[in-house]
Ligand binder design. Structure first.
Ligand SMILES: [Zn+2]
Length: 339
């Protein structure tokens, strides 16, 4: 094995054997914002064999304060995060296989993304997606590592199907509000604290070190100098609809396969077509220009200003409508112009 990983192999719990194991593992990182940037970079530098990354968004200037995979060039080139991240990660370590997807992660997408995956790292920014990850991970028996942060607060917990409580078991113990970085802000060291917990547990799981596994729910507020480790084993519920005896995986139901979503705090609505079809940008441009839109595009995205709205079209058929938080207004615009 090359000297690239020598310092990690000198670390006794990993050693040469652990490094070899790591090379044969495949991790799925969901979300490539702040947490995803650091988790993905850590895993790629550590020498995981294969990393699948997925994100629904594109790089904006307000991301650069904490999303460490990106720079001003990515903003200027208006790249989707998954594309920019793949370029950067391959430049960091060309030995790792990187699969990148510009996509929303719903029930159907996740069922495809998890094929051959040993571990899922949650780096997304909303609980709706986390509950879909939870039920999918349990259904397919894949460990996943939950992580979240906002303001100066963060938390992380590792969920092992059949062993630990799941996210649904912990539902009452977690504060699941509408707070996001877009409404409450965030200081960037919090990201590194959460990802330190996440990547460390990931490394332990991937090399198979079960003796040091952390079974507590870690939470902290860096600004207020508070840290806590909550013992949650007893919260595993036999009656849990996601991991209990009579499980029904409630978050995999059709009801949760949202096609229209307000992106919290961003004055933006995302619309997903009912069936994923590759969007033809030339056709869309013709129609938008006809309606008086100003259009520019690259290989991955089409941008259009139209009155008070700014539309961003993705190749997978999705549309971001910036300039409204009204589902109705967004839907009317979508069906008028892009359906
Ligand atoms: Zn459960």
């Amino acid at each position: 094995m090359s000297s690239r990983y020598s310092r990690q192999m000198f670390f006794e719990p990993i050693g040469e054997q652990g490094q070899e194991r790591l090379k044969n593992k495949h991790v799925l990182c969901i979300g490539l914002g702040a947490l995803g940037s650091v988790n993905a970079e850590n895993l790629v530098r550590s020498g995981v064999g294969e990393l699948t990354i997925v994100d629904r968004d594109y790089v904006e200037i307000s991301n650069l304060q904490r999303q460490s995979l990106y720079d001003e060039k990515d903003v200027a080139n208006r790249l989707p995060k998954a594309i920019a991240a793949k370029q950067r990660l391959e430049a960091i370590n060309s030995e790792v296989t990187i699969n990148a997807f510009v996509s929303d992660v719903g029930v159907e997408e996740l069922a495809e993304l998890i094929r051959g995956v040993d571990l899922i790292i949650d780096s997304c920014d909303n609980f709706q997606t986390r509950f879909i990850i939870n039920d999918t991970a349990i259904k397919y028996d894949i460990p996943w590592i939950f992580g979240a942060c906002v303001g100066s607060y963060g938390l992380s917990f590792t969920i092992i199907p059949g062993v630990t409580p799941c996210l649904n078991c912990l539902l009452d113990s977690l504060e699941i509000g509408g707070a996001t970085c877009d409404t409450q802000g965030i200081v960037n060291p919090v990201v590194h604290m959460v990802t330190a917990y996440q990547t460390t547990e990931a490394l332990k799981l991937l090399i198979g070190d079960q003796t040091t596994f952390r079974s507590t729910l870690a939470s902290f507020d860096l600004w207020k100098n508070e840290h806590s480790y909550l013992q949650v084993d007893k919260l595993k519920k036999e009656s849990c609809a996601s991991c209990g005896k009579k499980r029904v995986y409630p978050y995999l139901n059709y009801h949760f396969q949202t096609k229209v979503a307000v992106l919290c705090g961003r004055n933006t609505v995302q619309i997903r077509p009912p069936v994923t079809v590759e969007r033809n940008f030339d056709d869309s441009e013709r129609i938008l220009v006809m309606w008086g839109g100003h259009v520019s595009k690259n290989r991955h995205l089409l941008f259009c200003s139209l009155g008070k709205f700014r539309l961003v079209l993705f190749k997978d058929g999705r549309v971001f409508i910036h300039g409204t938080s009204s589902l109705l207004e967004a839907k009317i615009l979508y069906y008028q112009l892009l359906d």
